[in-house]
Design a protein around this ligand. Sequence first.
Ligand SMILES: Cc1cc2nc3c(=O)[nH]c(=O)nc-3n(C[C@H](O)[C@H](O)[C@H](O)COP(=O)(O)OP(=O)(O)OC[C@H]3O[C@@H](n4cnc5c(N)ncnc54)[C@H](O)[C@@H]3O)c2cc1C
Length: 490
Amino acid sequence: MGQKDLKKMVDAVEQELKSHGVSRRDAMKMAAVGSSAFLLGGTNAQAATEARASDAKGKILIIGGGLAGMSTAARFTNTLSNPDITIIEPGDTATSYQPGQTLVGAGLWTDSDVNYKTADFIPSGVKVIKEKAVEFNPDNNTVKTSGGQEISYDFLVIAAGLQLDFSKIQGLGISNSILSRGSDEGVRGAIGKNGISSIYFANGATDTWANMQKFVADAKSGKKVRGVFTHPNTPIKCGGAPKKIMYLTDARLREAGDAARANADLTFYPNGSKMFGVPEYHNAIQKQFEVRDMKWNYRHNLIAVDPEKKIATFNSHWKQKGAWDEDLEEYGIETKSKTKEVPFDFLHITPPMSAAKEIADSPVGSGKGWVPVNKETLQHVKFPNVFALGDIAAVPMGKTGGSARKQYKVVVDNVIASMEGKELTSKYAGYTVCPLITSIGTVMLAEFNWTKKPTPSFPLDPTQERYIWWLLKVYALKPMTQYGMLSGRA
Ligand SMILES: Cc1cc2nc3c(=O)[nH]c(=O)nc-3n(C[C@H](O)[C@H](O)[C@H](O)COP(=O)(O)OP(=O)(O)OC[C@H]3O[C@@H](n4cnc5c(N)ncnc54)[C@H](O)[C@@H]3O)c2cc1C
């Protein structure tokens, strides 16, 4: 990262601190966090190779100008002496800071803190087509847009994120999928009223805060209330967010007093059977839940909601001993399930998520929808001049901005290596990071990689909740994303 960008970023962090009245002592701590934040994932996790000047030539087409796509475009622009880059992106606010929606949902930020205009982040010289890519023809190296243009490329980078499928939950009256930013027609209203909330889309986050305030006020007034938090049976972006919003609800209830907290029952209903894929973090989270009297019921997938009666219906599933298998001479294991109705006053839905249909069903998609790539080089498994990164890539690791921050450097290095006829040597090591907010003022910084072991960037116990990581989450990560990642430099 150059001096100019570094200064811009540090200025932005300082501005954040000043506007929030952070004390001088905390500001000193932040100076340490601000500089060390660049190291995130850089010690135990493999860092991507550095950008280098290249005269390589080729027409690069990027699908999606969100966090991963725009950062990739910026890094190509910095690295190539003659860049020829086009992005297809329909959204006006595609580069908005989605991780901040969790803080909006708990009333700590407002939407204006996280809503960015795509136009402000387009690297100079990069052409943007404000349409959707609707047809992929990788045998001819062309993509068709929603406006009927046929765009050819030498290299294709797919960074189209994922969509939210609230429509898969019965009873909500929703028939369409939406993105985390942009139009939420057909969804806002169904999600937002009757205590039904979701931080996964922009207006949903704003409405979550309104619903949470009512929930807390009811508990404070003496009413016994139930908060229900879900995690679906599909891969999702930011696996920590469904729990973060639950921790923040707990924190808001505690602010309202012991009686308010005692009047509220908070239960997490995840489809899976663990809190986290890394055992050390799983154990730490279960303990944090116990200490806060937050409950959980594993193996529950939300399938329907009755908004009027305020009842959530789950598919509750479990495994049990099955029939005797004569050939294997052992008992089989069978999955059983039943539906379970759970009344709620506040329901936070993490919706099922999928790759956009136009990509999932195309030759560059896959049976499961996600774009199949080599998990290390991020090169498509069938088409060598196609790469994918970010949420849409079929990479068996967290769909987070933290993963994309490592992946975009790998993609740029490997596309340029391909242009130069060289081997692809840059590899994604599976690093990802989840700053798990555990209260207003504490965060557990869960870093890990393919090994599924904690890979802390700092010599501190990574299973501990710390104020310093709260400062990192709330004040440093947003400017790091704006001025570091989206400028292609960090
Ligand atoms: C509530 C919430 C909390 C989160 N918390 C964290 C966190 O704490 N830490 C963290 O690291 N990450 C977090 N994330 C996840 C992070 O925001 C995403 O992983 C990241 O934005 C992924 O980047 P992306 O570019 O792959 O997708 P996006 O940023 O979503 O961008 C995809 C873009 O592709 C475009 N697109 C889609 N289809 C097409 C098409 N057919 N043609 C052209 N363009 C198309 C879309 O318009 C969109 O702009 C959170 C996300 C949410 C919603």
